[in-house]
Unconditional design. Structure first.
Length: 321
């Protein structure tokens, strides 16, 4: 069983601390077997002060880190702005076995950045902290628009509920969409949220007459198998291309083109997992046109070919396709 160790530091946010146990604990195999074991530790095995008006008692100390297949560092309060940058004790990362996956939720990314684990790599954190992190850690490729960043062995999430998105993504990456979707349904959370942090950044509230792109997005999801040029999307929304593009990015956090590619990749992953369709048919249904285009986009998105993805996530008794 894959062991997830969650590290709780002083002034931890209790909601985010509980996310890994909730999501990974809901991930079950085809026979209902538990796929992850989740344990929570502190640096000394003692109670941990939270950002709320209570402390949390954990059962494990720092020795649990040596048993982790995945380490999740929960976020904590980090204020005021001129406070010294939090630095994890050296033995936190030294205690990990080679190959341990490292995950941060929200502000915990500063610990990874301070340790140099994010140098030259993409990462994210809560949008409120992004500018400060960019100033303090200029070697990191911070992206304040996304909900999470998967860079292989190091993953980072944006704030609060984005930790849910990242944990569901990890389950999907480890065991496929069917397991991740079941875990999400069990926890009554969406298996996938469109867009990124940009939709949550504080902006003036639009007036009641302001048009949105929501209806056009819903319409486009039903037509992923055919070309959807920007002009047609804007026409459906009854906006100019310029207005539509600007409003789409404000609402979703990415361009219409990037959003369409993400939706097509997700559809292709679903078809690879749950159907026996050959690659050229999956490519056409997902709107990529050819198997070569499907292969290119899937590899860009998740780093593997369609055949490798199908072999990994199809049940052992299913045809390889």
């Amino acid at each position: 069983m894959h062991r997830v160790v969650v590290l709780a530091l002083d002034r931890v946010y209790p909601f985010e601390l509980g996310i890994p146990a909730r999501i990974f604990g809901a991930a079950r195999g085809p026979d209902g077997e538990q796929l992850y074991e989740v344990v929570t530790c502190s640096l000394d095995g003692g109670p941990v002060a939270t950002s709320a008006d209570f402390a949390i008692v954990v059962e494990h100390g720092i020795e649990a880190l040596a048993t982790a297949d995945t380490l999740v560092i929960a976020p904590f309060t980090w204020e005021p702005p001129d406070e010294d940058v939090p630095v994890a004790p050296a033995d936190v990362f030294d205690a990990l076995r080679p190959g341990t996956r490292v995950v941060s939720i929200c502000t915990a990314a500063v610990l990874l950045a301070a340790a140099g684990l994010l140098d030259g790599r993409p990462a994210t954190t809560h949008w409120w902290e992004a500018e400060r992190c960019q100033q303090l850690f200029p070697k990191v490729n911070w992206d304040a628009d996304v909900l999470f960043v998967d860079d292989g062995d190091v993953l980072t999430s944006a704030g609060v509920a984005a930790g849910v998105d990242l944990c569901v993504h990890i389950v999907r990456r480890d065991h496929g969409s069917a397991v991740a979707n079941r875990a999400a349904r069990h926890c009554v959370v969406p298996p996938w949220r469109d867009g990124g942090q940009a939709q949550y950044i504080e902006r003036p509230v639009p007036g009641p007459s302001t048009a949105t792109t929501a209806a056009t997005r819903a319409w486009a999801l039903r037509l992923l198998d055919r070309p959807l040029p920007l002009t047609e999307l804007a026409g459906h929304a009854r906006m100019s291309v310029r207005t539509f593009s600007r409003r789409f990015r404000q609402e979703v956090g990415m361009s219409p083109g990037d959003w369409l590619i993400r939706q097509r990749v997700e559809l292709a992953r679903h078809l690879l997992e749950d159907s026996d369709l050959p690659m050229d048919q999956i490519a056409r249904r997902a709107g990529f046109g050819t198997a070569a285009s499907l292969r290119q986009h899937l590899h860009t998105a998740i780093g593997v070919s369609p055949l490798a993805y199908r072999r990994t996530f199809r049940a052992a008794d299913d045809p390889a396709g």
